[in-house]
Write a protein of this length. Structure first.
Length: 315
C-alpha cells in the first residue's frame, strides 16, 4: 500500500515548529511551499523564511512561488502526487491549489472557530479579555476560515499573559493538533463538522491590526487598557504620545493592574516608591516595560531614572 504524503505550506516560526513536529512523527513530507527569500536587515541580504530553514534542515524539497496561480508552479505541485496539503500561517490559496489533493487541504487557525476568524485571532482574543482560546483544524474552502471543522482544542489565557506568550504556547498545542488531524485523515477517521454547529454566541471577528489601531486610549478602564496593551505585545505594540517630550512616541509592552485606584486625570503618570503608574478612566496601571522612540525597550525602573519633569501626561 502506497505511503500517504503531504505537502506543507507555511512561512513563520509558528509554522516551522509544526513542520518539524510532523517530520519527527514520521509524517511523509513530499515538499514544502513557502514565500520567496526577501531582503532583510541593514545589509538587505536575502533572508529565508523559518519554514524554509526547517525544510532544508530535513532535506525536504522547497518550492517558493511568487504567484500561486503560476502554471509552472501548479504543474510542479501536481507532480508530487501528494494526498493532502497542510497549510499553516501562509497565504490565501486559489482553488486550483487547495482543490488539488484527493484528501483535501487543511488549515490550522489560532482560535476556536467560528470565533475570531481573520488575520489576528490571538491579538483580538487577548484585547477582548478572553480567558480561553485554542486552535482549530478545518478543511479549506473558498471563503476564508469557514470550512468544516475537523478538530478543536482549547487553552486558557492568563490575566497578565501577552499575545506573544499565548502565541508561543499555542504553537506547541497547534503542532499536536495538526499531527492528530493528519493521522486521522490518513486513517479515514476524520469527520468535518459545519461551523454553524459551534455557533453559541455572537461571532467575534479578528481583522488585521494596523499601527493607527494601536494607540492607547487612557480614557478607558484600567482593565480594558491592560488587555489592549498585552493583546498587542510584543507586536505590533500599543503606543502612546508624550506631549512634554516633543510628542514622542512611547511603546508599552507590559503592565499590571494597580492594587489601588486613582482619582487622577486619565493619562497622568506618577512615580511612587520607584514604580511607574498611569491613571485610567477608572483605576490605574503599573507600567513594567516600555520603549521610548529611538531608544531600547527597558524595564520601568530604567525609564524612571531618566525622568526630569514631575508633571507628566501621556496621550
Amino acid at each position: 500500500m502506497k505511503e500517504k504524503r503531504i505537502i506543507f505550506m507555511g512561512t513563520p516560526e509558528f509554522a516551522a515548529t509544526i513542520l518539524e513536529h510532523l517530520v519527527k512523527n514520521q509524517i511523509s513530507i513530499a515538499a514544502v511551499v513557502t514565500v520567496p527569500d526577501k531582503p532583510a536587515g541593514r545589509g538587505q541580504k536575502l533572508a529565508e523564511s523559518a519554514v524554509k530553514k526547517c525544510a532544508l534542515q530535513y532535506n525536504l524539497p522547497v518550492l517558493q512561488p511568487v504567484k500561486l496561480k503560476d502554471p509552472e508552479f501548479l504543474e510542479q505541485l501536481a507532480q508530487y502526487n501528494a494526498d493532502l496539503f497542510v497549510v499553516i500561517a501562509f497565504r490565501m490559496l486559489p482553488e486550483a491549489v487547495y482543490g488539488m489533493p484527493p484528501l483535501g487541504t487543511i488549515n490550522l487557525h489560532g482560535s476556536l472557530l467560528p470565533q475570531y476568524r481573520g488575520a489576528a485571532p490571538i491579538n483580538r482574543a487577548v484585547i477582548n479579555g478572553e480567558q480561553e482560546t485554542g486552535v482549530t483544524t478545518f478543511f479549506i474552502e473558498k471563503e476564508i476560515d469557514t470550512g468544516e471543522i475537523i478538530q478543536r482544542k482549547s487553552m486558557p489565557i492568563g490575566p497578565n499573559e501577552t499575545a506573544g506568550e499565548v502565541h508561543d504556547r499555542m504553537m506547541h498545542l497547534g503542532a499536536e493538533v495538526t499531527l492528530e488531524t493528519v493521522q486521522a485523515i490518513f486513517e479515514n477517521t476524520a469527520k468535518g463538522t459545519p461551523q454553524s454547529a459551534y455557533v453559541e454566541d455572537e461571532l467575534k471577528d479578528a481583522p488585521k491590526i494596523f499601527k493607527q489601531d494601536c494607540k492607547i486610549n487612557w480614557n478607558q478602564t484600567a482593565e480594558a487598557v491592560h488587555n489592549f496593551i498585552r493583546g498587542l505585545s510584543p507586536y505590533p505594540t500599543a503606543w502612546t504620545s508624550w506631549p512634554e517630550n516633543g510628542n514622542k512616541t512611547l511603546k508599552i509592552f507590559k503592565t499590571v493592574l494597580a492594587e489601588t485606584g486613582t482619582s487622577e486625570t486619565p493619562g497622568k503618570v506618577q512615580v511612587i516608591e520607584g514604580r511607574l503608574f498611569i491613571a485610567c478612566a477608572t483605576g490605574a496601571l503599573e507600567i513594567l516595560e516600555l520603549q521610548m522612540e529611538g531608544k531600547k525597550r527597558v524595564p520601568a525602573k530604567d525609564f524612571i531614572n531618566g525622568l526630569q519633569a514631575s508633571e507628566l501626561f501621556w496621550e
